[in-house]
Design a protein around this ligand. Structure first.
Ligand code: 5BU
Length: 273
């Protein structure tokens, strides 16, 4: 996979084939942030409050909508309104992993109606390429240009089995669906995995397990810092408890934003302000 990580997001936006990826890059440049807030709060009021308070510091808000105790249309209508107010994208961390027929029902319907409000969703390719085909079909049926998918190519938890040939297969499947797959959730750039790299490809690397104060948790989570993640080739940094569980989430969001953006500017050869 050809890496474009030495270029600025603005440069990468110019000829990028995906309108949603272009929009993501533009948001990052406009707001000087590559932070994805993992807003793992469990009530609608808490979720909407953190989204409103931290919206100015983030490029993307990541949700686990199925952990909300009092989920209703108000939850997702509120998120959509805040995404417009603060100009961020919404990423539902649904991790689709089933046969295509089931995945389409999960993406389109049920109580959550994820495709109606989430710009980005993710999927694991354990079931094979059909999982991505199913998501792509739903997106194309609805004729929208602001929906995309990230493939879970690696995981941050101890003992993860998403390594080696599984990660390589994730890259190969991404290449089959270039208009739908924006990139990967992974711990580092996946360069060198593929021998038929082309210059046209520009997948985005989202890295989870980012924390400035902790090395992990009691349930196997393993963290790296914004600086090490960016040095490893990440583009967007996903941080949860490091920000929302801090005594001062606004101050923490600004600290993560600055650390991520400084590291990004270093990488593209611009002096950090
Ligand atoms: P934390 O509070 O920063 O540890 O939250 C991390 C979030 O990212 C949480 O929502 C996880 O479900 C999510 N996550 C992860 O931690 N590791 C992974 O490999 C993937 C997602 Br994929």
């Amino acid at each position: 996979m050809a890496s474009k990580s030495h270029l600025s997001f603005a440069e990468r936006a110019v000829n990028h084939p995906s309108p949603l990826t272009r929009r993501l890059f533009e948001i990052a440049e406009q707001k000087s942030t590559n932070i994805v807030l993992s807003a793992d709060l469990t009530s609608t009021a808490e979720l909407l409050k953190i989204a409103d308070d931290l919206g100015p510091y983030i490029a993307v808000l990541k949700t686990h909508i199925d952990i909300i105790d009092d989920f209703s249309r108000k939850t997702t209508d509120g998120l959509v309104e805040l995404s417009k107010k603060h100009n961020f994208l919404i990423f539902e961390d649904r991790k689709f992993i089933d046969i295509g027929n089931t995945v389409q029902k999960q993406y389109r319907g049920g109580a959550l109606r994820i495709h109606e409000w989430a710009h980005i969703v993710n999927a694991a390719v354990l079931p094979g390429p059909g999982v991505i085909q199913a998501l792509e079909e739903t997106i194309k049926t609805h004729n929208v240009t602001d929906r995309g998918v990230l493939i879970l190519a690696e995981m941050t938890s101890k003992g993860s089995l998403a390594v080696g040939s599984y990660t390589e297969a994730s890259v190969a499947i991404a290449k089959q669906y270039p208009s739908t797959v924006m990139g990967f959730v992974c711990t580092k750039a996946l360069s060198g995995l593929s021998s038929d790299a082309t210059d046209e490809e520009d997948f985005v690397v989202f890295t989870t397990g980012v924390n400035m104060a902790s090395k992990g948790d009691a349930l196997g989570q393993q963290y790296q810092t914004p600086t090490t993640a960016m040095a490893g080739g990440s583009d967007f940094l996903i941080a949860g408890r490091g920000i929302y569980a801090n005594n001062d989430p606004v101050k923490a969001a600004e600290a993560y934003r600055k650390a991520g953006w400084d590291a990004y500017q270093d990488r593209i050869g611009k002096k950090a302000e």
